[in-house]
Design a protein around this ligand. Structure first.
Ligand code: ZN
Length: 191
């Protein structure tokens, strides 16, 4: 397994709609293993394949001891919403804003062997499923912000020197993210 480099906002792969996975085999299994290891290394709540430069519909998640992955996820969201919680993103280090998300989410897809998977979550788990699936559609959490929060987020992104952050190693960046999203915040760390 290997720790992968996490792509930072500005990288076109984060703005590309990812392709469905059609080939199952050792390469996909290695990707899932590497993504899981990378997510654990940075203590992220989730990681989508485009965040490691792979434009395929795969994400991993890790919330309160519940860990896994899903391939080609399709979401069914509840119509109602959960209370806004601050989200971060491993691809936008240091930024955190409250985001509106559906209360519960049902995700259908397959695992790395092609076997059917159904995931159901509420609250934080539903939030992660929605955040990671957005990544597969080229959407970042800042796109979901409105009003003053949106302005503040765009300003922060403009002012941040993300080019230099990209030069850093993943573990160094993890410390940056970790300090930005302390234990008191909803997420603990980014996704
Ligand atoms: Zn993210």
């Amino acid at each position: 397994m290997a720790i992968l480099n996490i792509r930072i906002i500005g990288d076109p792969v984060l703005r590309t709609v990812a392709d469905p996975v059609t080939e199952f085999g050792p390469e996909l299994e290695k990707l899932v293993a590497d993504m899981t290891e990378t997510m654990e290394d940075v203590e992220g709540a989730g990681l989508a394949a485009p965040q490691v430069g792979i434009s395929q519909r795969v994400f991993t998640y890790r919330i309160r001891g519940v860990e896994g992955h899903i391939i080609n996820p399709v979401l069914e969201n509840s119509e109602d919403f959960q209370p806004d919680e601050v989200e971060g993103c491993l691809s936008i280090p240091g930024l955190g804003f409250p985001v509106r998300r559906h209360r519960s989410t049902r995700v259908t897809g397959v695992d790395m062997h092609g076997n059917p998977v159904v995931l159901e979550g509420e609250g934080m788990l539903a939030r992660v499923f929605q955040h990671e699936t957005d990544h597969l559609d080229g959407i970042l959490f800042t796109d979901r912000l409105e009003g003053e929060d949106r302005k503040a987020a765009l300003r922060a992104i403009r002012n941040a020197n993300y080019d230099s952050i990209t030069e850093q190693t993943t573990s160094k960046r993890a410390k940056t993210v970790g300090s930005s999203f302390g234990a008191g915040s909803a997420f603990g760390t980014g996704q």
